[in-house]
Design a protein around this ligand. Structure first.
Ligand SMILES: Nc1ncnc2c1ncn2[C@@H]1O[C@H](COP(=O)(O)OP(=O)(O)O)[C@@H](O)[C@H]1O
Ligand SMILES: [Mg+2]
Length: 317
């Protein structure tokens, strides 16, 4: 469970043979391969008997053949892509321990609308929203939210299909773009201010990162292409930083998440924080956010991978 203190391992042999599952067939395959190769190299450098496995079918074959004692999951993506609870369920049924969140935390975090319903019910701040099932009246929804607003697919990642909408004339094209992706849509109040993200490692909350994209927002280009996005860590100081970190941990726990992850937040111009989403298998490339925050906390990349692997030791796993 999330509240259980982390098990600390000192001898790499205690992990047994580790499958680092990466790649797969989701849209985020290339990012996952980049993350996975880095994780694999780090674990090997620390003496862990770690091996790369590409995708879920190959992993399940290898597990059934008894080749591995545990799994480091660095697949990104939904629809059985590794991050949405499907893989976690298969691993539970095989009784193979794995890193990160379980079935519920993974599935709930993948669905932004239902994540927000849980936060709202607990009084945790998240932008006002309307769920948009296919074919719903988007103009009526916009009238409830008011402009500016943001339209996004409820279950995608990497900022794909996300559009900021400032007036009614921009609404239809924003909805058309988001509707290119599977699943329902989500419309929410656009928070103008700063973008922050908070990494969680075991029960430790890492320093926040203030993301300063050169363009209008942290879109796909700013995440993966542009070289001019700035990252400030810690993102805030003093009480403001402590409050943000506490909120991130509450948001993570509320969704039943465990092990490690990253909570995305917008901070408005009045200094109020608004929860956007939780990522349960965040990027681990050399440019990724959790490794940056860990470094500021004095945890180098190899130590971070080790700590994430330790999250596979937990009750019920
Ligand atoms: N309500 C919002 N207000 C302001 N910006 C937002 C809002 N929702 C999303 N964004 C912007 O869009 C980006 C992607 O949205 P997010 O909900 O984190 O989805 P994902 O990262 O899974 O694509 C965020 O990093 C942020 O820059
Ligand atoms: Mg995000």
């Amino acid at each position: 469970m999330a509240t259980k203190p982390a098990t600390r391992i000192s001898n790499p042999a205690e992990f047994g043979r580790v499958a680092v599952v990466m790649g797969g067939s989701s849209a985020e395959r290339e990012v996952s391969l980049d993350s996975g190769r880095n994780v694999l190299a780090a674990l090997k450098a620390r003496g862990v008997d770690a091996h790369a496995i590409d995708g879920i079918p190959a992993l399940l074959d290898a597990l059934r053949a008894g080749h591995f004692a545990r799994v480091f999951n660095i697949l990104h993506g939904q629809h059985g892509g590794g991050e949405d609870g499907v893989l976690q369920g298969a691993l539970e049924s095989l009784k193979v321990p794995y890193t990160g969140s379980g079935v519920l935390g993974s599935a709930l975090s993948m669905d932004k609308t239902r994540s927000k319903l849980v936060w709202q019910s607990l009084g945790l701040p998240t932008p006002k929203f309307v769920a948009l099932p296919r074919g719903s009246d988007v103009h009526a929804a916009a009238a409830r939210i008011g402009f500016p607003l943001i339209v996004k697919p409820a279950c995608e990642g990497s900022s794909v299909g996300v559009t900021r909408v400032f007036e009614a004339s921009q609404l239809d094209s924003a909805v058309d773009l988001a509707a290119k992706y599977p699943g329902d849509l989500l419309m929410e109040t656009l928070i103008e201010g700063d973008e922050l993200t908070v990494g969680i490692l075991g029960r430790e909350v890492l320093p926040s990162i203030h993301i300063v994209p050169k363009g209008a927002f942290y879109d796909y280009n700013a995440k993966y292409v542009a070289e001019d996005t700035q990252y400030l860590c810690p993102g805030l100081q003093g009480d403001a930083e402590n409050e943000l970190r506490a909120l991130a941990l509450d948001a993570f726990d509320a969704l039943g998440c465990a092990g490690w992850g990253r909570v995305d937040v917008m901070r408005d111009r009045q200094g109020r924080n608004w929860l956007l989403e939780v990522n349960t298998a965040p990027g681990m490339t050399s440019h990724s956010l959790v490794p940056k925050a860990a470094r500021v906390a004095g945890i180098d990349y190899e130590a971070l991978c080790w700590r994430v692997l330790e999250t596979s030791f937990r009750e019920g796993a």
